[in-house]
Design a protein around this ligand. Structure first.
Ligand code: FES
Length: 163
């Protein structure tokens, strides 16, 4: 009976996701410490974290969905809506804004025919804002996937998008 309950509780998570999250849990005394990493594991497998997955992870960690929602909201790199294969974050904090982040965003979005937060029609890209990336002396700055790109000009935007 217990086994059935456990199975249905984590319904929607793959065996690999459950295994990886359990491996993280084994590293810590407090399951709460695993919150961010567990959501990142889901995202690694699915690119984003759906409501259903968030609830299943909360049950696996024996935490409230509200707690995990708070974690996801606080972390700009956890996506709660579907995103493209590559997420391009443009820094919109003050130095980048003063040095042209609006133009960078407009050029990215115009080329991809999207608004910030939308996925391009080919499923390749999503453009999202992010707070200071810590490279203000090279503003404006974008992060393409995991790669930080500095001193962005319009030509660099074209190069990033392969156009
Ligand atoms: S303000 Fe953009 S990197 Fe700091």
């Amino acid at each position: 009976m217990k086994e059935q309950t456990e199975k249905s509780s984590f319904e929607g998570l793959s065996p690999a996701e459950i295994r990886e999250i359990n491996a993280e849990i084994s590293e810590y005394e407090d399951k709460m410490a695993v919150s961010t990493e567990a959501l990142k594991i889901i995202q690694k497998h699915r690119r984003w974290v759906s409501d259903e997955c968030l609830v299943a992870v909360a049950e696996l960690l024996e935490l409230s969905p509200a707690h995990l929602e708070g974690v996801a909201t606080f972390d700009n790199l956890i996506y709660r809506k579907p995103v493209g294969k590559t997420v391009i974050h443009y820094c919109n904090s003050v130095t980048c804004w003063m040095l042209g982040s609006d133009q960078v965003r407009e050029r990215l979005c115009r080329h991809l025919n999207v608004e910030p937060g939308e996925m391009s029609a080919d499923g390749e890209y999503t453009v999202l804002p992010i707070v200071c990336l810590g490279a203000c002396d090279h503003a404006p700055v974008v992060m393409v996937g995991d790669e930080l790109r500095l001193d962005i000009t319009e030509d660099v935007v074209d190069e990033i998008l392969g156009r």
